[in-house]
Design a protein around this ligand. Structure first.
Ligand code: SF4
Length: 325
C-alpha cells in the first residue's frame, strides 16, 4: 500500500473583494477545490502559468495562507483547522523554500543566526557547542564553508543564498519541503546546481518535496509526478514519464510545445495559446480553459469536465477524454 505523507482534499482558498454592486462581496478563487496526495519520498511537481494558484496552494498546505475550505492531513495529522499556535509544532514537519532567497533572508542577521533561528524556536539547540556544530554541519551539507557562518546575506550570490534558504529549511529535519519556484530567480547553470543539491539532500534526509514552478523542464528534472494547474484547479496529473510522453489536456500540450528542445533539427508543432489567463474573480463557465482552448467544443462552455483516469498514474479533466470513454 502507498505510504501517503500528505492528503489534500477539496482545498479552496478564496479572497473576498468588494462586489460590483454596492454592499456585495465577490471572491477571487485562487485555489478552487483541489485534491491530491503525495507519497513519502516522492517529488510532486506543480506547474502552470503565473496566477494559476500554484504558489497559493503551496502556502495553503503549510498554512501561510488560511484555506477557506478543505482538508489537509499531514503525516496522519489532520491540520485543516489548526491555528497559528497549533501549527507551531507542525512547522517542524513542513518547511518552505521561497523563490527569492534574498527577500526571505533577514539582511541584518548573520548566516549563523539565520540557520540557528528555527533550531532555537523549536528547542532543538542543545548546548552552545552543539548548536554551533549543527549550524556548521548544515552549511557544509548545502555546499558552503564554515567561514560563511559569520557573513551576511548581501555578501552571497543568488545561488548561495538559495543554499542558505535550503539549510534553514533543513535545520528542523522536516518530512516535507514545499519549494516555491526555488530556482526561477537563478541563472540556468546555477539552477542545475541547486536542483542537483536538492536531489542529493532528498536522498540523504529522506525528504518529500512539493516543487512549484512555471518552467516545465525544471519540473521534469526533479519530479516523480506532476500536476498541471489552470485557474485554481488541476487539469492533468500524472507520473513524469506518462505526462511528458503523453500530454493529454490541450493546456498541458500547449505548455509542453513551448519547451525548447536541445536538438535544433527536431521538429515540434508549437501550440500558441490565444489571450491571457482569465481573472480568477470571474472565471469562465464550464471548462475554465475553454476561452483559450484550440479544441473547444460547445459542451466545454457549459459543463465542467469530470476526471478521466487514463492509466493508474495519470488522469485528466477534459471533455475530449470523457466523451471518448
Ligand atoms: Fe478544451 Fe474542452 Fe478539453 Fe476544456 S474540456 S480543455 S475546452 S477540449
Amino acid at each position: 500500500m502507498a505510504d501517503i505523507l500528505l492528503n489534500v482534499e477539496d482545498m479552496k482558498i478564496y479572497y473576498p473583494v468588494a462586489g460590483k454592486k454596492f454592499g456585495t462581496t465577490d471572491y477571487v478563487k485562487a485555489v478552487d477545490g483541489v485534491s491530491f496526495q503525495v507519497e513519502r519520498g516522492e517529488v510532486f511537481g506543480i506547474v502552470g502559468e503565473s496566477g494559476c494558484g500554484k504558489s497559493t496552494l503551496g502556502r495553503g498546505i503549510c498554512k501561510l495562507e488560511q484555506p477557506t475550505a478543505g482538508k489537509v492531513v499531514l503525516d496522519g495529522e489532520d491540520i485543516s483547522t489548526y491555528n497559528n499556535n497549533q501549527m507551531r509544532p507542525v512547522r517542524k514537519k513542513v518547511q518552505m523554500v521561497f523563490q527569492d532567497p534574498y527577500a526571505s533572508l533577514n539582511p541584518r542577521m548573520s548566516i549563523f543566526d539565520i540557520i540557528a533561528e528555527p533550531l532555537i524556536i523549536h528547542g532543538l539547540t542543545g548546548s552552545k557547542a552543539q548548536l554551533e556544530e549543527k549550524v556548521l554541519d548544515l552549511l557544509r551539507k548545502v555546499g558552503l564553508d564554515d567561514y560563511h557562518a559569520n557573513r551576511y546575506p548581501h555578501e552571497f550570490s543568488g545561488g548561495q543564498r538559495q543554499r542558505i534558504g535550503i539549510a534553514r529549511a533543513l535545520a528542523v529535519q522536516p518530512r516535507l519541503i514545499i519549494a516555491d519556484e526555488p530556482v526561477s530567480a537563478l541563472d540556468v547553470s546555477i539552477q542545475a546546481q541547486v536542483l542537483n543539491l536538492m536531489n542529493q539532500l532528498k536522498k540523504e534526509f529522506n525528504l518529500t518535496y512539493i516543487f512549484v514552478a512555471h518552467d516545465l523542464s525544471v519540473v521534469e528534472h526533479i519530479s516523480d509526478r506532476v500536476g498541471v494547474m489552470y485557474l485554481g484547479n488541476f487539469v492533468e496529473v500524472g507520473s513524469k514519464e506518462s505526462l511528458y510522453k503523453n500530454p493529454t489536456h490541450p493546456y498541458t500540450q500547449a505548455l509542453l510545445s513551448a519547451v525548447p528542445v536541445p536538438d535544433p533539427t527536431a521538429k515540434k508543432d508549437r501550440v500558441i495559446l490565444e489571450g491571457n489567463i482569465p481573472s480568477p474573480l470571474n472565471p469562465p463557465t464550464g471548462c475554465k480553459f475553454h476561452t483559450r482552448c484550440p479544441k473547444c467544443m460547445e459542451i466545454c462552455k457549459k459543463e465542467v469536465p469530470v476526471k478521466t483516469q487514463l492509466t493508474d498514474d495519470h488522469y485528466v479533466y477534459c471533455h475530449l477524454m470523457s466523451q471518448k470513454g
